[in-house]
Design a protein around this ligand. Sequence first.
Ligand SMILES: NCc1[nH]cc(CCC(=O)O)c1CC(=O)O
Length: 387
Amino acid sequence: MAAAPDVDSEAKTSTQTFKIGTRASLLAKVQTNEVVNALKKAWPDYHYEIVAMTTTGDNNQKTALHKFNEKALWTQELEVLLQSGDLDLIVHSLKDMPTQLPHDLDLGCVTKRQDPRDALVIKPTLVDKYRSLAELPEGSVVGTSSLRRIAQLKKHYTHLKFTDVRGNVGTRLAKLDNPESEYSAIILAAAGLARLGMDRRVTTYLSKDNGGMLHAVGQGALGIETRKGDQRVNDLLSKICCERTMRQGLAERSLMRTLEGGCSVPIGIETEWVSKRSFSPEGSGIGVKPAEDYHKLTGVAVNSPENSSAPLDAEEALSDELVMRAIVVSLDGQEAVEVETRKLLNSREDADQFGWEAARLLVDKGAKEILEAITLNRGIIHEQGDA
Ligand SMILES: NCc1[nH]cc(CCC(=O)O)c1CC(=O)O
């Protein structure tokens, strides 16, 4: 806002207002509250105004997600308001933010990540009998609209059927819970369930070591989009950024950007900070661990909104290495290339470079052939939407 020259600086500071954009879904609003609460704690004298908006993506519940030909269905309309100055920042699920942003906008800040894993939720009437995908009987229907999830699961669970399930998290759970519905289970991001206080619905957490499932790029983290070079907003956000999550996010997004070349593909990823001394060469992965243990293992916050935005000292990020496991899978799950690599990241630029290097390793192993087959056969595949 324009500062009147005769207002003394203290009074000016105390009346600053920031307009914060979000999608209108319940999860989006909970996520935005998480950020606003962190901001209020850091800057109690400022005003925060939340603008919630229903986007084109939200209005198209019937079309299968991968049929959409636009990558920015969930972000574009909010971005226009950011560009025009009607908003000062937008809170997104980092996973839903396109890896290429408009030239005048920036990923200004990432707050502390919550559990990034996918979670299996089994139907209430079956959950006492079956506790994992492997145990579900032949022909059981598992709901998920993510091709990344379907491709990875088809590889391991040939006895299961995978079907689209749309709607926000509450709608999907309601579809699962309806005894008449075809679904025996659905798969959702653990972080979304945790933020909605529904993590008790999780039957098991999936990971590379449990179920052979790597999560989506950026999953579980919140990304804040800003106008490039907006010093007022950058100063605001400096107190709530998590440098570790930022670097994880940059590395994961750089891998995705390098590989996708204009359209998204089934890429699974896991990144984890490991102290150089304690790293085990066997690379044990995340394994079957309840959410609370996940925090101890990786330093990732689990369902703790109060500290979810506590900035982590950049120095701390510097002393650990980032381990990255990534997979590219063909849509039928028949072909896959995987890498595990690690690097000490001294800067955000290093994080970006690391993602690029990991993408190169995947390409060397044959990722390009898998990706080309997908690009030739279909349009856009992505992870965005709903929730
Ligand atoms: N695909 C939609 C979406 N975008 C963000 C989340 C919540 C999880 C997150 O914060 O990454 C979800 C729901 C889901 O995948 O279950």
